[in-house]
Design a protein around this ligand. Structure first.
Ligand SMILES: [Fe+2]
Ligand SMILES: [Fe+2]
Length: 357
């Protein structure tokens, strides 16, 4: 790993000309072929027919606006991802459809998370805001490719997992902050965790409904999504120094138990049970294969997870450029959808934290 005293930032190659700070690193996806519109067009009708159901069953999981006391900021990447999805996109930018209404309100809620954390960070006075703001610019420019294929089945399975993952990791961070005496941070993370729980409930209900309407298509999508893995938008994260920055952060998150491979497998088991995947009947032969794959996956991943835990225990302490290459542990903690909280530990003392979008 190479690192320097003055970190530089990098973005995707197409933006290379925008700044002298941009280095040679590119963010080309490991998956070279980008599949688009993988849902058969006739299935768009399914999502149209769910309009009223979404209004009555999903929109109820939004929080009334008055309950928020903080302002908003832009959240372009994730909303773009949803609005390129077939059957649910916001056709006008202000569409009254239930899907679009949900997406805009959900984005607003997530945006407030980012904004709250950003303000907290600013007021803490512990970080270089200029560097943080630069990083936000580059991350948004890089975009993200999580192989969604404009496919709402893939999207809603992914978002169910992500919301549950953030619910768990926010809860863990609240506990950590509490242990280290930062009551405000603990409270912030606790409130955000409860928001993530509502989001998880909403997305999980949508997938449950899809299993009811189209069990075969949904189980195929579930298997497909798991084969593609539930990767994080932060995969494209780069600090201009460490080519494996995201891997290093993930290893530390593992080690300190904020979000681990075990949580990933637990979540998989949770959803297999929640969506009654084992009990699905009347599937095609492909559907049955997908069902077997999904139902047997947790057990296979458990073995990998044990190996990963061993590897993590042996991993060396890694200096991170964000904190001037000091030899400390850093916990990365993902706040949905593209905001990261870093907790910096010297031995077992929390010495600082910062947020990165
Ligand atoms: Fe959320
Ligand atoms: Fe969030």
């Amino acid at each position: 790993m190479g690192y320097h005293t003055s970190p530089k930032f990098s973005v995707a190659s197409m933006h290379r000309s925008v700044s002298r700070e941009v280095t040679k690193k590119t963010f080309s996806s490991p998956h070279k072929i980008q599949v688009t519109h993988s849902m058969p067009p006739h299935k768009i009708e399914i999502f149209k027919s769910m309009e009223n159901w979404v209004e009555e069953n999903v929109l109820i999981h939004l929080k009334p606006v008055e309950k928020y006391m903080i302002t908003e900021e832009a959240l372009p990447t994730y909303q773009t991802q949803i609005n390129i999805t077939d059957g649910i996109r916001d056709e006008t930018g202000a569409s009254p459809s239930s899907w679009a209404t949900w997406t805009r309100a959900w984005t607003a809620e997530e945006n407030r998370h980012g904004d709250l954390l950003n303000k907290y960070l600013y007021l803490s006075g512990r970080v270089d805001m200029k560097q943080i703001e630069k990083t936000i610019q580059y991350l948004i420019r890089a975009g993200m490719d999580v192989q969604m294929e404009n496919n709402p089945y893939l999207l809603f399975i992914y978002t169910s997992f992500q919301e549950r993952a953030t619910f768990i990791s926010h809860g863990n961070t609240a506990r950590l902050a509490n242990q280290h005496g930062d009551k405000s941070l603990a409270q912030i993370c606790g409130i955000i965790a409860s928001d993530e729980k509502r989001h998880e409930t909403a997305y999980t209900k949508i997938v449950e409904k899809l299993f009811e309407i189209d069990p075969n298509g949904t189980v195929l999508a579930f298997a497909d999504r798991m084969r593609k893995k539930i990767t994080m938008p932060g995969l494209l994260m780069y600090d201009g120094c460490d080519d494996d920055l995201f891997e290093h952060f993930s290893a530390v998150a593992q080690r300190l138990g904020v979000y681990t491979a075990k949580d990933y497998v637990d979540n998989l088991e949770f959803f297999v049970e929640r969506w009654n995947v084992e009990k699905l009947t009347g599937l095609s032969s492909e559907g049955r294969k997908a069902q077997d794959y999904v139902c047997g996956l947790a057990q296979r991943l458990r073995k990998l997870e044990e190996r990963a835990q061993e590897k993590v225990k042996q991993a060396p302490t890694i200096p991170f450029s964000w904190i001037f290459d000091r030899e400390i542990y850093q916990v990365i903690y993902k706040c949905k959808p593209s905001m990261f909280l870093y907790l910096n530990f010297n031995n077992h003392d929390l010495i600082s934290y910062h947020f990165l979008e």
